[in-house]
Design a protein around this ligand. Sequence first.
Ligand code: DX5
Ligand code: ZN
Length: 213
Amino acid sequence: MLVAPSILSANFGKIDEEIKAICEAGCDLIHVDVMDGHFVPNMTIGPVVVKSVAKAATKPLDVHLMVENNTFFVDLFAPLKPEYISFHIESEKHPHRLIQKIKALGIKPAIVLNPHTTVETIEYLLEDLDMVLLMSVNPGFGGQKFISSVVEKAQKLKELINKRNPNCLIQVDGGVNDKNIHELKDAGVDVVVAGSYVFGSNSYSKAIKSLQI
Ligand code: DX5
Ligand code: ZN
């Protein structure tokens, strides 16, 4: 299991130190939540701050867009060379076109599904995707309760992935901790995002290792 700490729960007063600490603690990716105050009722960081995050990071960035105007934000973040950019299917009218655009920029495309969105919605996009992110909370905030129906959803998605594109990874984001990590692993999940569980712990390295099962 790969682990991507969400910096939403980090101390932004000392973000450089926080980024260095999670990298040294052995994280696999750094999850950057981008919110526009329209698609979700919260706002986070833009490219200026993410640039300093990228500078301090020794692990690849995983940018999670929670915005209405996806194309605008893809153009804004592409120069920072993240490994992944993920966008919500609920906010995009032309997901296939946007996937091709992200690929052309040399970035791995991923699609995010809110808790109510069924996996069949993206069946015919799977062959072009490097990752699908299943939300296990409503997007917008860290520290929320895990919505356990995501486990069954991951199992269904795994079946579609096996049929359409076995290289596509499954990521789960929201309320992940050392209690639910085993059922996620059993369901076929490859990558988990963890914000409050990692940044709220006494030892980032112990918390990260407890999820790398
Ligand atoms: C929620 C974000 C998550 C969030 C996860 O909108 O996408 O990445 O930071 O935080 P926890 O792990 O605390 O649920
Ligand atoms: Zn996220």
